[in-house]
Design a protein around this ligand. Structure first.
Ligand code: NCD
Ligand code: ZN
Length: 346
């Protein structure tokens, strides 16, 4: 029996589009289902100024094919040299919707990130004044901290102190992967939200490591134990307004993933909405899918919910998603949930 669900068109509150040939190939995968996305600034070199964000937005819009509508919501990459006045101007013009904090060395292209938080205090204070959110990659980079504990330690050592030191700063804990992250968000009703990715609802750390190493399931923050996956599912499917979709769809070519030192990132732009329908249906919570993917994010960012809609349909046969997207840089493998999915999006 065919089942269908029409929701306000979703947005992706954490997306990597890259640049050049990769941008051209992956942009349609997002624009097909999503109206807007928060665009990550971790290019090489990173998007650190209003002028660079303007130029990057123009390249994204130029890469959109005829008939596709999509609005990139730009971010600035926070460095220890970021100028508060440039940030304020980029916000005032409507260009920039958030500033991105990468702890230096935490993930792909994060070398220019922050090591000394005293050096970004003035920027954070400006952001608190003007209401510009800080999107946080929440992992410590201390070599002594186990990679599976880096999110929980970040909350105690960095996130909570920074929030206390900067009252009014609006923070998005991005791609949370732990029950610790869920609990921290739930304990703070003001100025705090969190995104959750598609893949962290589906995989735990066993999927990466049992029966051979699976490079296409490796991303940062790395998937954790099953109890954490279940906490993420419960948080998102509850409809709680503080949790919203950020796919963290992060394309890398197959040679860069299937390597002795493989890149972190799962590419989920192509099949996120059908996968989410599967996940929410599995939790008996299809009625809350719209809140998670289309309503809670705009509410946090003070933007309108999209007028356009997306219809998800459950068919009798498994949906065939492409295994790979071809790009002029090389093939990019689409995230494979490892089970049949009967939902499709149009
Ligand atoms: C992202 C990337 O490849 O840019 N990778 C990832 O595993 N998520 C960077 C990031 O968001 O950490
Ligand atoms: Zn990311």
């Amino acid at each position: 029996m065919t089942q269908s669900l029409t929701i306000a068109r979703p947005d992706d509150w954490h997306l990597h589009l890259r640049d050049g040939a990769m941008l051209a190939a992956v942009l349609p995968e997002t624009a097909r289902d999503f109206a807007r996305a928060i665009i990550m600034p971790n290019l090489v070199p990173p998007v650190t100024t209003g002028a660079m964000a303007t130029a990057y937005r123009d390249r994204i819009l130029a890469a959109l094919s005829e008939g596709m509508t999509f609005e990139p919501l730009m971010t600035l990459y926070l460095t220890e040299d970021t100028d508060p006045a440039d940030v304020a101007a980029a916000h005032a013009s409507g260009l920039v919707k958030a500033v991105k904090l990468y702890p230096a060395g935490a993930t792909t292209n994060s070398a220019s990130g922050v090591s000394n938080f005293d050096k970004v205090r003035a920027v954070l204070e400006t952001m608190a004044e003007i209401g510009l959110p800080l999107c946080v990659h929440g992992e410590v980079t201390d070599a002594a901290i186990d990679i599976f504990d880096r999110e929980a330690v970040f909350i105690d050592r960095v996130l909570d102190p920074v929030r206390r030191a900067t009252p009014g700063l609006r923070v998005v804990m991005e791609h949370i992967t732990t029950k610790n992250g869920v609990d921290y968000v739930k304990a703070h009703d003001k100025d705090l939200g969190a995104t959750i990715t598609t893949h962290h609802f589906i995989i735990n750390r066993n999927h990466i490591l049992v029966g051979g190493i699976k490079p296409h399931y490796y991303c940062l923050p790395v998937a954790k134990r099953e109890e954490h996956r279940l906490a993420l599912r419960a948080a998102a499917t509850s409809g709680d307004h503080r949790f919203f979709l950020g796919t963290d769809s992060a394309p890398h070519t197959d040679p860069n993933k299937e390597s002795a030192c493989g890149c972190a990132g799962c590419f989920t732009a192509t099949n996120t909405m059908p996968l989410l329908a599967h996940v929410f249906e599995g939790e008996g919570a299809l009625a809350n899918l719209e809140a998670f993917s289309s309503r809670n994010g705009p509410a946090f960012y003070g933007l309108p919910v999209n007028d356009a809609t997306l219809t998800l349909t459950k068919g009798d046969a498994p949906t065939q998603f492409p295994a790979k997207i071809d790009t002029d840089d090389g093939p990019v493998t689409v995230f494979d949930p490892g089970f049949p999915v009967y939902w499709s999006a149009r």
